[in-house]
Design a protein around this ligand. Structure first.
Ligand SMILES: [Zn+2]
Ligand SMILES: [Zn+2]
Length: 293
């Protein structure tokens, strides 16, 4: 299975336009208490590993629950941040299973016991971590058996927050983007709506983090009155670029429809945290991204 046929390891398409300055909306090395989802959300973004994958640590300062997205490497550094905020990691999510986004999954899982979640369409790619490592001339990281999967419309919940799973295939078949939103208070969330009870709910009860399925429901682009969310976009959408599609399972047609139909449907103010490089917004990419013209 040709996983990394290209000579260039960067995950973006190659002709990236000149980097624009003054677009960094959150800081990189210290806590970020920025606009949007909540003034209180802890969101640490640290570039990890050889390919500088942006790993996100998202925490609720009140309940101390957290999730970690894309722990590609440098697990000790991730754990230092988790400890500094006194967070309990409830779930570990990878936006896709390229080695730079999953290299630290097994070690972080061993340290936190938190369930690991990916989209099932990327499981095959994860099983070939050794081939990915070989193509990049890296040592193969420790891997693990992944048994928990998320799909379009699921929510991964921690404390007062939730990340809505948006399936955005194209860079890989199982690429997902995560829309982080503040959860509504329970009394509002349940108003006028029967409590969901299904076999699926009990099947998922073993997960430490609540993963709630919403298949078939329309995805709200904006929670009522809570402001725009922030999008962890993996290697699907970058500042001024899009993910490369020449690797195993990639599709230019799919990535363009994922971005146009699902991500550009979000409000302009939505903050975007890509898998590599600087932050951006949906509005800026709608207006300026040359691949979306
Ligand atoms: Zn990447
Ligand atoms: Zn990738």
């Amino acid at each position: 299975m040709p996983v990394y046929p290209g000579a260039y390891p960067d995950q973006r398409v190659v002709s990236t336009p000149a980097v624009r300055i003054n677009r960094r909306l959150t800081c990189r090395r210290k806590s970020c208490y920025t606009f949007g989802v909540s003034e209180k959300l802890i969101h640490e973004i640290i570039p990890v590993g050889m390919l500088q994958c942006n790993c996100s640590i998202l925490g609720d300062p009140e309940t101390h629950e957290a999730i970690v997205v894309d722990p590609g490497d440098e697990v000790e550094r991730i754990l230092e941040i988790v400890r500094a905020h006194q967070l309990n990691v409830r779930a570990i999510v990878s936006t896709h299973t390229h080695i730079d986004h999953v290299g630290g999954l097994a070690r972080l899982h061993a340290a936190t016991k938190a369930p690991v979640l990916i989209h099932e369409a990327d499981l095959e790619l994860y099983r070939h971590l050794d081939m990915q490592a070989q193509f990049l001339g890296m040592r193969t990281p420790v891997s693990m058996r992944i048994e928990d999967f998320v799909k379009e419309g699921d929510s991964v919940r921690w404390g007062g927050y939730a990340a809505r799973v948006i399936h955005t295939p194209g860079h890989t078949p199982g690429s997902i983007s995560l829309l982080v939103e503040k959860r509504q208070p329970p009394e509002q969330a349940n108003a006028g709506r029967p409590k969901p009870q299904s076999a699926k709910a009990s099947a998922e009860a073993h997960l430490q983090a609540q993963v709630v399925g919403h298949a078939g429901e329309a995805m709200p682009t904006r929670e009522r009155g809570l402001g725009p969310g922030r999008l962890v976009s993996g290697d699907t959408l970058f500042q001024g670029s899009i993910g490369r599609t020449d690797l195993w399972g990639g599709s230019m047609k799919d990535i363009l429809s994922s971005i146009r139909e699902k991500l550009l449907a979000l409000p302009d103010e939505t903050l975007v945290i890509p898998g590599h490089g600087d932050n951006t917004t949906i509005g800026a990419e709608r207006a300026e991204n040359p691949y979306l013209r």
